[in-house]
Write a protein that binds this ligand. Structure first.
Ligand SMILES: C[S@@+](CC[C@H](N)C(=O)[O-])C[C@H]1O[C@@H](n2cnc3c(N)ncnc32)[C@H](O)[C@@H]1O
Length: 215
């Protein structure tokens, strides 16, 4: 968080869903430019997942953003379905990952049939949702993974709920909400995942928890 970030409950009346959706619509191009500049490092996190999946496996990219992660996965031959709540991000994702499928779906309301996916990537996105929803989102991920399927996810490192004005310098407000790493790991286990690895993901603009877990 930078100097403009501020914690709740200074503004609890905010409609967090529309802040996130409108925010990403507004900064979509900016976000993608920063993504392809490799400002955030994801290669080891992707590798941790893909080396354990069979070629051609079906992967859900939850909170797919501009399709950067999907483009890497589709280039490796995986069958990717991306979901996001921002139409602006989904437009970019379709352009950036033409062989993947993208739909406007909220990760809190997944209606894919049970066992649809071999893997799920949820990179830097669950924490844009109020944290009281995180246990339900994790249980939803478990339901749509096949037995033995894998979840690769970034979660919060510390306890934080708040907003930031002018995120990425794009004039948009953005919202985050997460528990700390201990509670996040406990939530993953409570959702009946087996943790394969968990580690610190240190980025230029913050520290996150990366977890690879198996259904
Ligand atoms: C920081 S971006 C990450 C994008 C991509 N995973 C990546 O690593 O480049 C977060 C994305 O999550 C999406 N998002 C946030 N909450 C969501 C929800 N409830 N359902 C689907 N997408 C969501 C946002 O719209 C945004 O595109």
């Amino acid at each position: 968080m930078n100097a403009y970030a501020r914690p709740f409950p200074c503004d609890i009346a905010v409609n967090t869903e529309s802040v996130v959706e409108r925010g990403y619509d507004k900064v979509a191009q900016l976000y993608h430019r920063r993504r392809v500049s490799r400002f955030w490092t994801v290669a080891p996190d992707i590798e941790a997942l893909v080396k354990r999946l069979a070629p051609g496996s079906a992967i859900l990219d939850a909170g797919c953003g501009s399709g950067y992660i999907a483009s890497i996965l589709e280039a490796k031959g995986f069958k990717v379905t991306g979901i996001d709540i921002s139409a602006g991000m989904l437009d970019l994702a379709r352009a950036n990952s033409p062989r993947s499928t993208f739909v406007k779906v909220d990760m809190k309301e997944l209606d894919f049939p049970g066992g649809s996916f071999d893997g799920i990537v949820c990179f830097y996105s669950i924490f844009h949702n109020p944290r009281r929803y995180h246990p339900g989102i994790l249980k939803g991920f478990r339901r749509i993974l096949r037995p033995g399927g894998l979840l690769a996810i970034h979660m919060g490192w510390d306890d934080w709920v708040g907003t930031e004005e002018n995120w990425l310098g794009g004039g948009a407000r953005m919202y985050w909400s997460h528990y700390d790493r201990r509670r996040n790991l406990a939530m993953i286990q409570e959702a009946k995942f087996r943790v394969i690895q968990s580690r610190t993901s240190k980025q230029k603009d913050g520290t996150h928890l990366f977890v690879l877990a198996q259904r």
